[in-house]
Design a protein around this ligand. Structure first.
Ligand code: TPP
Length: 290
């Protein structure tokens, strides 16, 4: 398969993840649409190309690990895992309901494919660092990926973990920062200014840091992850400049953190997502507009 064909496949996967994420949150009627939508392309590249996993054996010892430290974006992970084959994706249409295997925040004891539990911001990156160190001690070639939010980087625990990862030379660790410029209470810069930027901070701690200006473009994410594989002796941080609510008509214009749209707004957003998915699929078959 050529790189161009692979990118087309990933673009289709991304739009399918976006559509299913909306369906999953729509099954409850409200939830973290904003921070799920901004993560779509990262999830598509991780599960569609980058990571070594076995959906038939989620706890396979040779796998790569993924920790969604911004655990409130659980739905986008459930969509990716379902489409990857860990379970029928429609199983996740019971988001946060009684007895569900799909809580709004990720839980390793409930959902196949969730490696570590998260939801308390700042904790997941520490878990990922621990997993990376454990795998390194075991002499495995598995890699660990962790996604943190830009607002989450206000948590001091993130920087403790960052320091630790450098001290132990965890080059098997990649931290993806979903830099969508907004957190729960509004713009990150207003809630807690980031000074010279989150990337500058990771660099100061000794991480190799890459900035991806188009964090919602699969090829840009793919290329950055390729580059991360060239980094030896230190962990890599990839700052993904993304759009909160990307592709959800009721959330993208405001960058809302949590949304409870009307029935009509859901319908409109789902119709748009279905159309985008069909269009990109048709392009792959040579039948779409250029
Ligand atoms: C320790 C902790 N404090 C507060 C919260 C509540 N909370 C959930 S999401 C969120 C905002 C996170 O912003 P960001 O990391 O930028 O996430 P994104 O915008 O990508 O969704 C907050 C404050 C939490 N989950 N954990």
């Amino acid at each position: 398969m050529t790189k161009q064909e692979k990118m087309q496949e990933l673009r289709v996967f991304a739009e399918q993840i976006r559509l299913e994420t909306l369906r999953i949150i729509g099954s409850l009627g409200f939830g973290h649409v904003g921070g799920s939508m901004s993560m779509v392309e990262a999830m598509a590249v991780l599960y569609g190309a980058e990571m070594k996993v076995d959906p038939a054996n989620p706890r396979w010892e040779g796998r790569d690990w993924f920790v969604l430290s911004k655990g409130h974006a659980g739905p986008v992970m459930y969509a990716a895992l379902g489409l990857k084959g860990y379970y029928p994706v429609s199983d996740a249409y019971r988001l946060n309901q009684a007895g569900t295997h799909f809580p709004s925040h990720t839980d390793r004891n409930l959902t196949a494919g969730v490696d570590l539990t998260a939801g308390s911001l700042g904790q997941g990156i520490g878990e990922a660092v621990g997993a990376a160190l454990g795998l390194k001690i075991q002499g495995r070639d598995s890699r660990v990926y962790v996604a943190v939010g830009d607002g989450e980087c206000d948590e001091g625990a993130v920087w403790e973990a960052a320091q630790f990862a450098v001290h132990y030379g965890l080059s098997n660790l990649v931290c993806l920062v979903d830099d969508n410029k907004r957190q729960l209470d509004g713009p990150v810069e207003e809630v807690m200014s980031q000074g010279q930027g989150i990337g500058a901070k990771f660099s100061a701690f000794g991480w190799k840091t890459l900035e991806v200006e188009e964090g919602n473009d699969v090829e840009a994410v793919y290329d950055a992850l390729e580059q991360a594989r060239e980094c030896h002796g230190a962990p890599t941080c990839i700052i993904l400049h993304t759009v909160k609510g990307k592709g959800a008509s009721f959330a993208e214009p405001t960058g809302a953190h949590s949304s409870q749209p009307t029935r009509e707004e859901w319908k409109e957003a789902l119709t748009e997502a279905e159309a985008r998915y069909e269009k990109i699929r048709a392009q792959g078959k040579g039948g779409g507009e250029s």
